[in-house]
Design a protein around this ligand. Sequence first.
Ligand code: GLU
Length: 418
Amino acid sequence: MAAETSRSTFETFFESACTSLGYDAATFELLLLASREVRAELPLHRDDGSIAVFNAYRVQHHNARGPYKGGLRFHPELDLDEARALACLMTLKTALVEVPFGGAKGGIDCDPAGLSARELELLTRKFVERLHRLIGPNLDIPAPDVGTGPQEMAWIQDEYSKIYGYSPGVVTGKPIATGGSLGRASATGEGLAIVLETLLTHRGEGVEGLRVAIQGFGNVGRHTARALHERGARVVAVCDRDGGVHDPGGLDVADVVAARLRDGSLAGPTASSGASTIVPVDNASLLELDCDVLVPCAVSSVVTSANAPRLRCRYLLEGANSPVTAEADALLRRRGVEVVPDILANSGGVVVSYFEWAQNLQQVAWSLEEVQHRLRERLQRATLQVVEAAADEGLSLREAAYRIATARVKEAFFVAGF
Ligand code: GLU
């Protein structure tokens, strides 16, 4: 069997969407292949005097619906293949939630935890030095992804503005101080909660009392925990790469978040709370805990054909991009686990990126209430479209979401011509 990579996963889902829409092989190929793929070498003088060389990538998949859009990932395992799959996902995500963007993804194959702040800044600025001709407010707009955040976006914005003049719209997910939007930092987590709530309400259920386990406690995982807790869910387990905590009775989310921000680790609440029901958990065992909703918010391909038979959740909400392989997806469906696909579930981030970009272009700033209201409206609409299409045509949520998004991209691509 071929390796269960995010690339093979994406291609499997995308090909079946194209087939079910009646597209021929040439059309599938045309929609699948990226418009442009770039690799650049980034040499760095390390603090200790040595020289290290990293690879920078940017894959621009499609721009038929608007400028290329998608995150920059700083992760040692990033390669062109992964960036390709993630760029295609962005094209479908922006189409599904109807924001006027295409799709892109890229980053640097570095481990930010192993670099000093100075090294990270130099590397980020070098990325712009090498690739600035390819990005821009009307061309390609990067944003945070795994291993990056507002600080990296501020460096990119600054470096780009040195060449092209004041250009806040060149990146989204910036600090508020340099033109970022209120509500962007919490948008992906908030969006996950809105999508789940909309889906469950449609089914006559609710979020209240649901037991939730969250893998990954970076920006997305943290805000998901808070947003679901606020809606009455019981967050029973959280973890990141250094370990985590499990309490079947429900964790004190504020305490866990505070400990993570204070200590940089999730081990704190276990030791300090003294509650005997709290036990340690790691990334692999968290996935197999007894819960109602499992939310993988870390990296790709964590649920595979090897562990899918052991999952004990009812719903799997894809906070990360491509956390479930195609083989695992089929297995989960047979077992009655409902998967809420990434291009819908975690789309809150790019929706508020769009709001940020729109505010930048008009040089205005919206209130938090306005951002949240607009986010809710868009995500509820997209969720109901997917849920209704799935019910009408007997599809999984992923099949329905892919079909809707693919048809929109294809229409834009062909109506404009090439
Ligand atoms: N990295 C996020 C994603 O995968 C956000 C992308 C963006 O805002 O452009 O959706």
